[in-house]
Design a protein around this ligand. Structure first.
Ligand SMILES: Nc1ncnc2c1ncn2[C@@H]1O[C@H](COP(=O)(O)OP(=O)(O)O)[C@@H](O)[C@H]1O
Ligand SMILES: CC(C)(COP(=O)(O)O)[C@@H](O)C(=O)NCCC(=O)O
Ligand SMILES: [K+]
Length: 249
């Protein structure tokens, strides 16, 4: 079977596919290399042969994870690499190697699924937007802090903003002006997130009219799915691109 990994800044998303590369057998989200090894510890039953991965971590961190996987399972590991052009998509960065590999794979996957112009919005540690035109030209994108970063910056850099996760969850019952600190902060950050999304939609409409597909992916995609009812929520969009960038054998 095949192990697939998407190593983000906060979490490692993993899944195991049958050798056909189509059927998912198991998967999950873990916060460290050691938790991944624990999750895979019953992996004997998976009989892992191959692994493909994408990482936006440092080369040292990724090398260390790869070494543990080779050591534990003897898998052969293929890593997604930067490319100027792939599957009809042209990387839009001045320096193509600088575009985050998770963004690159998500937009490869998006363009493939849309068969046309698309806007890919990824809600992870950072929030990213990427624009791909119908001819496969990647126009570039935007990066801003994700929800956990926004709230943690306020909690860290102010003296009177302090609240716990339970209170934060309750604050999201509505988007009315907050009457407590937790409501004011949580709803304020949520409105920034929604405002960002709506601005991206406006820009895509300016470029392409109605002729484009919006993809939402990343751990916090559900926070905004209500603002873009026509969007396609594809939690495994990075894996769609990973399969394209790292085909089997
Ligand atoms: N099962 C889960 N485990 C961890 N985080 C989750 C899970 N489901 C949703 N999330 C949310 O996803 C966010 C992280 O998104 P993710 O796309 O994994 O980020 P990254 O790729 O930067 O590591 C977290 O801030 C959290 O709010
Ligand atoms: C923008 C990102 C931090 C997003 O990472 P994530 O939130 O998925 O962990 C990552 O794609 C990255 O490190 N990119 C390199 C910089 C760039 O894309 O311009
Ligand atoms: K990500």
């Amino acid at each position: 079977m095949i192990l697939e990994l998407d190593c983000g800044n906060s979490f490692i998303k993993w899944r195991v596919l049958r050798a056909d590369g189509v059927t998912t057998v198991d998967g999950g989200v873990v916060s460290s290399d050691s938790d991944l090894l624990v999750s895979l510890s019953n992996a004997e039953k998976f009989q892992l042969k191959k692994c493909r991965l994408v990482s936006v971590r440092t080369p040292e961190e990724t090398d260390s994870l790869v070494a543990s996987l080779v050591d534990a399972y003897g898998v052969s590991v293929t890593r997604a690499m930067p490319a100027r052009e792939m599957a009809g998509v042209k990387n839009g960065y001045q320096d193509y190697e600088r575009l985050g590999l998770d963004r690159w794979l998500a937009l490869l996957g998006g363009f493939h699924l849309a068969s046309g112009a698309c806007l890919v919005l990824d809600f992870g540690t950072a929030i990213t937007a990427d624009f791909v035109a119908a001819d496969g030209e990647h126009l570039g994108g935007f990066i801003c802090p994700g929800m956990p970063l926004m709230r943690n910056q306020l909690r860290t850099h102010t003296r009177r903003i302090r609240y716990d996760d339970m209170a934060a969850e309750r604050a999201h019952e509505s988007l009315a002006p907050g009457r407590t600190t937790v409501e004011a902060v949580e709803r304020g950050c949520m409105l920034m997130l929604r405002g960002f999304v709506l601005t991206q939609l406006e820009l895509a409409q300016q470029y392409w009219g109605k002729d484009f597909v919006v993809f939402l992916t990343g751990g916090d995609a559900n926070l905004v799915s209500g603002v873009v009812p026509d969007a396609r929520v594809v939690p495994d969009l990075v894996f769609v691109g990973l399969a394209m960038a790292c085909p089997l054998s």
